[in-house]
Design a protein. Sequence first.
Length: 268
Amino acid sequence: METSEVNQVIAAVRSGKGYGSMDPGLVERITRQEIAKGRGFKATVKAVRSVLHQVGGAYLPATPPYAGWLEELKGLPHDPADPVLRAFCREKMQYHASTRERLPVIETFYQQTLGGLGEVESLLDLACGLNPLALPWMPLKPGAQVILCDIFSDMLAFVDAFCVHMGLDGVGFVCDLVEQVPDNPVQAALLLKTIPCLEQLQKGIGSRLLEGINAETLVVTYPAASLGGRNKGMRKTYTDQFAELIEGKPWHVRGLEIGSELVYIVRK
Protein backbone atom coordinates (compact mmCIF):
# COMPACT_ATOMS: atom_id res chain seq x y z
CA MET A 1 0.00 0.00 0.00
CA GLU A 2 1.61 3.25 -1.19
CA THR A 3 1.97 6.05 1.35
CA SER A 4 1.01 8.59 -1.31
CA GLU A 5 -2.27 6.76 -1.92
CA VAL A 6 -3.06 6.69 1.79
CA ASN A 7 -2.28 10.40 2.13
CA GLN A 8 -4.44 11.31 -0.86
CA VAL A 9 -7.45 9.47 0.54
CA ILE A 10 -6.90 10.97 4.00
CA ALA A 11 -6.70 14.48 2.53
CA ALA A 12 -9.94 13.95 0.63
CA VAL A 13 -11.70 12.51 3.68
CA ARG A 14 -10.58 15.29 6.00
CA SER A 15 -11.65 17.99 3.53
CA GLY A 16 -15.27 17.12 4.24
CA LYS A 17 -17.19 19.02 6.91
CA GLY A 18 -16.83 17.47 10.34
CA TYR A 19 -13.89 15.21 9.52
CA GLY A 20 -11.03 17.70 9.85
CA SER A 21 -10.83 17.56 13.66
CA MET A 22 -11.12 13.77 13.97
CA ASP A 23 -8.26 11.81 15.50
CA PRO A 24 -5.63 11.49 12.71
CA GLY A 25 -4.66 8.01 13.84
CA LEU A 26 -8.25 6.80 13.61
CA VAL A 27 -8.70 8.33 10.15
CA GLU A 28 -5.49 6.72 8.91
CA ARG A 29 -6.37 3.30 10.33
CA ILE A 30 -9.82 3.28 8.73
CA THR A 31 -8.33 4.58 5.47
CA ARG A 32 -5.83 1.74 5.28
CA GLN A 33 -8.56 -0.80 6.01
CA GLU A 34 -10.77 0.54 3.23
CA ILE A 35 -7.97 0.88 0.66
CA ALA A 36 -7.14 -2.79 1.25
CA LYS A 37 -10.62 -3.69 -0.06
CA GLY A 38 -9.56 -2.65 -3.56
CA ARG A 39 -12.16 -0.02 -4.39
CA GLY A 40 -11.55 3.00 -6.57
CA PHE A 41 -10.48 6.34 -5.08
CA LYS A 42 -13.92 7.97 -4.81
CA ALA A 43 -15.53 4.80 -3.46
CA THR A 44 -12.78 4.46 -0.85
CA VAL A 45 -13.18 8.07 0.33
CA LYS A 46 -16.93 7.51 0.59
CA ALA A 47 -16.45 4.27 2.53
CA VAL A 48 -14.01 5.87 5.00
CA ARG A 49 -16.38 8.75 5.63
CA SER A 50 -19.24 6.30 6.11
CA VAL A 51 -17.36 4.42 8.85
CA LEU A 52 -16.31 7.66 10.57
CA HIS A 53 -19.89 8.90 10.38
CA GLN A 54 -21.13 5.75 12.12
CA VAL A 55 -18.65 6.03 14.99
CA GLY A 56 -18.90 9.76 15.58
CA GLY A 57 -20.33 11.98 12.88
CA ALA A 58 -23.90 10.72 13.22
CA TYR A 59 -24.09 12.11 16.73
CA LEU A 60 -22.83 15.56 15.72
CA PRO A 61 -24.38 16.48 12.36
CA ALA A 62 -22.80 19.96 12.31
CA THR A 63 -19.67 21.38 13.93
CA PRO A 64 -20.75 23.56 16.85
CA PRO A 65 -19.59 27.21 16.94
CA TYR A 66 -17.01 26.57 19.64
CA ALA A 67 -15.35 30.00 19.37
CA GLY A 68 -18.66 31.72 20.15
CA TRP A 69 -19.36 29.29 22.96
CA LEU A 70 -15.98 30.05 24.56
CA GLU A 71 -16.70 33.77 24.47
CA GLU A 72 -20.10 33.18 26.04
CA LEU A 73 -18.55 30.96 28.71
CA LYS A 74 -16.25 33.77 29.91
CA GLY A 75 -19.20 35.74 31.26
CA LEU A 76 -20.96 32.88 33.01
CA PRO A 77 -21.04 32.03 36.75
CA HIS A 78 -18.67 29.36 38.07
CA ASP A 79 -21.10 27.81 40.55
CA PRO A 80 -22.32 24.44 39.16
CA ALA A 81 -25.73 24.98 40.77
CA ASP A 82 -26.24 28.40 39.18
CA PRO A 83 -29.31 28.33 36.87
CA VAL A 84 -27.62 30.59 34.29
CA LEU A 85 -24.66 28.21 33.93
CA ARG A 86 -26.99 25.21 33.78
CA ALA A 87 -29.12 26.87 31.10
CA PHE A 88 -25.97 27.36 29.01
CA CYS A 89 -25.08 23.67 29.44
CA ARG A 90 -28.56 22.46 28.54
CA GLU A 91 -28.64 24.60 25.41
CA LYS A 92 -25.23 23.40 24.17
CA MET A 93 -25.91 19.73 24.94
CA GLN A 94 -28.74 19.90 22.40
CA TYR A 95 -26.10 19.89 19.65
CA HIS A 96 -24.98 16.31 20.33
CA ALA A 97 -27.51 13.51 19.84
CA SER A 98 -26.31 11.48 22.82
CA THR A 99 -26.51 14.27 25.39
CA ARG A 100 -29.70 15.65 23.84
CA GLU A 101 -31.49 12.37 24.51
CA ARG A 102 -30.36 12.42 28.14
CA LEU A 103 -31.45 16.00 28.92
CA PRO A 104 -35.02 15.21 30.06
CA VAL A 105 -33.68 12.90 32.79
CA ILE A 106 -30.28 14.43 33.46
CA GLU A 107 -30.80 14.96 37.20
CA THR A 108 -32.26 11.49 37.70
CA PHE A 109 -29.50 9.93 35.59
CA TYR A 110 -26.62 11.17 37.72
CA GLN A 111 -28.46 10.72 41.00
CA GLN A 112 -29.03 7.05 40.20
CA THR A 113 -25.62 6.31 38.68
CA LEU A 114 -23.17 8.37 40.76
CA GLY A 115 -25.29 9.45 43.72
CA GLY A 116 -24.20 6.59 45.97
CA LEU A 117 -20.50 7.40 45.66
CA GLY A 118 -20.41 10.51 47.83
CA GLU A 119 -18.25 13.31 46.44
CA VAL A 120 -16.43 11.90 43.42
CA GLU A 121 -12.75 12.88 43.49
CA SER A 122 -11.75 11.57 40.06
CA LEU A 123 -13.79 10.88 36.92
CA LEU A 124 -12.93 9.46 33.50
CA ASP A 125 -15.36 10.16 30.64
CA LEU A 126 -14.56 7.98 27.62
CA ALA A 127 -15.76 9.09 24.17
CA CYS A 128 -17.14 12.02 26.11
CA GLY A 129 -18.73 14.11 23.36
CA LEU A 130 -20.41 17.10 24.98
CA ASN A 131 -21.22 15.12 28.13
CA PRO A 132 -18.74 17.16 30.25
CA LEU A 133 -21.38 19.90 30.10
CA ALA A 134 -23.35 17.63 32.44
CA LEU A 135 -20.67 18.02 35.13
CA PRO A 136 -22.83 20.54 37.08
CA TRP A 137 -25.31 17.72 37.75
CA MET A 138 -22.67 15.24 38.93
CA PRO A 139 -21.70 14.85 42.62
CA LEU A 140 -18.11 16.01 42.17
CA LYS A 141 -15.77 17.16 44.89
CA PRO A 142 -14.61 20.77 44.36
CA GLY A 143 -11.43 20.69 42.29
CA ALA A 144 -12.02 17.04 41.29
CA GLN A 145 -9.85 15.49 38.61
CA VAL A 146 -11.78 15.05 35.35
CA ILE A 147 -10.16 13.10 32.50
CA LEU A 148 -11.81 13.35 29.09
CA CYS A 149 -11.17 11.59 25.81
CA ASP A 150 -12.85 11.72 22.40
CA ILE A 151 -12.02 11.57 18.69
CA PHE A 152 -12.79 15.27 18.03
CA SER A 153 -9.95 17.63 18.99
CA ASP A 154 -11.99 20.85 18.69
CA MET A 155 -14.69 19.46 20.98
CA LEU A 156 -12.08 18.44 23.55
CA ALA A 157 -10.58 21.93 23.53
CA PHE A 158 -13.99 23.36 24.36
CA VAL A 159 -14.91 20.90 27.15
CA ASP A 160 -11.40 21.34 28.58
CA ALA A 161 -12.06 25.06 28.82
CA PHE A 162 -15.40 24.33 30.47
CA CYS A 163 -13.67 22.22 33.14
CA VAL A 164 -11.26 25.06 33.85
CA HIS A 165 -14.22 27.45 34.15
CA MET A 166 -15.77 25.08 36.69
CA GLY A 167 -12.57 25.04 38.75
CA LEU A 168 -11.96 21.36 38.03
CA ASP A 169 -8.66 19.66 37.32
CA GLY A 170 -9.50 18.82 33.71
CA VAL A 171 -7.31 16.84 31.34
CA GLY A 172 -8.49 16.05 27.80
CA PHE A 173 -6.82 14.06 25.05
CA VAL A 174 -7.72 12.74 21.62
CA CYS A 175 -8.01 8.96 21.70
CA ASP A 176 -8.99 5.98 19.57
CA LEU A 177 -10.35 3.49 22.10
CA VAL A 178 -9.85 0.60 19.69
CA GLU A 179 -6.11 1.24 19.75
CA GLN A 180 -5.64 2.26 23.38
CA VAL A 181 -7.75 2.02 26.52
CA PRO A 182 -6.88 4.79 29.03
CA ASP A 183 -5.76 3.13 32.26
CA ASN A 184 -5.82 6.20 34.53
CA PRO A 185 -6.90 5.07 38.03
CA VAL A 186 -10.16 6.85 38.89
CA GLN A 187 -13.02 6.58 41.33
CA ALA A 188 -15.64 6.55 38.56
CA ALA A 189 -15.67 6.17 34.79
CA LEU A 190 -18.40 6.81 32.22
CA LEU A 191 -18.77 4.73 29.06
CA LEU A 192 -22.06 6.05 27.73
CA LYS A 193 -23.59 4.55 24.56
CA THR A 194 -20.08 3.88 23.28
CA ILE A 195 -19.64 0.12 23.03
CA PRO A 196 -22.11 -0.34 20.11
CA CYS A 197 -20.22 2.27 18.06
CA LEU A 198 -16.84 0.72 18.77
CA GLU A 199 -18.09 -2.79 18.00
CA GLN A 200 -18.62 -1.56 14.43
CA LEU A 201 -14.88 -0.91 14.25
CA GLN A 202 -13.68 -4.01 16.07
CA LYS A 203 -15.74 -6.95 17.26
CA GLY A 204 -15.06 -7.85 20.88
CA ILE A 205 -13.74 -4.42 21.87
CA GLY A 206 -16.35 -4.18 24.65
CA SER A 207 -14.71 -6.89 26.74
CA ARG A 208 -11.26 -5.32 26.42
CA LEU A 209 -12.65 -1.94 27.44
CA LEU A 210 -14.42 -3.23 30.55
CA GLU A 211 -11.30 -5.11 31.63
CA GLY A 212 -8.90 -2.25 30.89
CA ILE A 213 -10.70 0.71 32.46
CA ASN A 214 -9.11 1.26 35.87
CA ALA A 215 -12.14 2.54 37.79
CA GLU A 216 -13.70 1.54 41.09
CA THR A 217 -17.15 2.18 39.60
CA LEU A 218 -17.94 2.04 35.89
CA VAL A 219 -21.20 3.35 34.41
CA VAL A 220 -21.93 1.66 31.08
CA THR A 221 -24.97 2.47 28.95
CA TYR A 222 -26.54 1.28 25.73
CA PRO A 223 -29.20 3.02 23.66
CA ALA A 224 -32.65 1.50 24.08
CA ALA A 225 -33.67 2.91 20.68
CA SER A 226 -31.98 4.17 17.52
CA LEU A 227 -31.26 7.83 16.83
CA GLY A 228 -34.49 7.85 14.84
CA GLY A 229 -36.45 6.60 17.87
CA ARG A 230 -37.05 3.04 16.68
CA ASN A 231 -36.59 0.15 19.09
CA LYS A 232 -35.73 -2.59 16.56
CA GLY A 233 -35.20 -5.17 19.32
CA MET A 234 -32.30 -3.19 20.74
CA ARG A 235 -33.15 -3.81 24.41
CA LYS A 236 -32.84 -7.57 24.07
CA THR A 237 -29.81 -7.36 21.78
CA TYR A 238 -27.83 -5.14 24.13
CA THR A 239 -29.03 -6.85 27.30
CA ASP A 240 -27.75 -10.15 25.91
CA GLN A 241 -24.53 -8.52 24.68
CA PHE A 242 -23.71 -7.03 28.06
CA ALA A 243 -24.53 -10.26 29.89
CA GLU A 244 -22.00 -12.01 27.67
CA LEU A 245 -19.37 -9.33 28.34
CA ILE A 246 -19.54 -9.71 32.13
CA GLU A 247 -20.03 -13.47 32.28
CA GLY A 248 -17.62 -14.98 34.79
CA LYS A 249 -16.35 -11.59 35.98
CA PRO A 250 -16.11 -11.10 39.79
CA TRP A 251 -17.89 -7.75 39.60
CA HIS A 252 -21.07 -6.48 41.24
CA VAL A 253 -23.42 -5.24 38.51
CA ARG A 254 -26.70 -3.38 38.85
CA GLY A 255 -28.87 -2.84 35.79
CA LEU A 256 -31.66 -0.32 35.29
CA GLU A 257 -33.27 1.76 32.57
CA ILE A 258 -33.20 5.56 32.69
CA GLY A 259 -34.88 7.50 29.93
CA SER A 260 -33.80 6.00 26.63
CA GLU A 261 -30.75 4.18 28.02
CA LEU A 262 -30.04 0.74 29.40
CA VAL A 263 -27.71 1.44 32.33
CA TYR A 264 -25.25 -0.87 34.06
CA ILE A 265 -23.37 0.20 37.19
CA VAL A 266 -20.30 -2.00 37.57
CA ARG A 267 -18.37 -2.15 40.85
CA LYS A 268 -14.98 -3.73 40.28
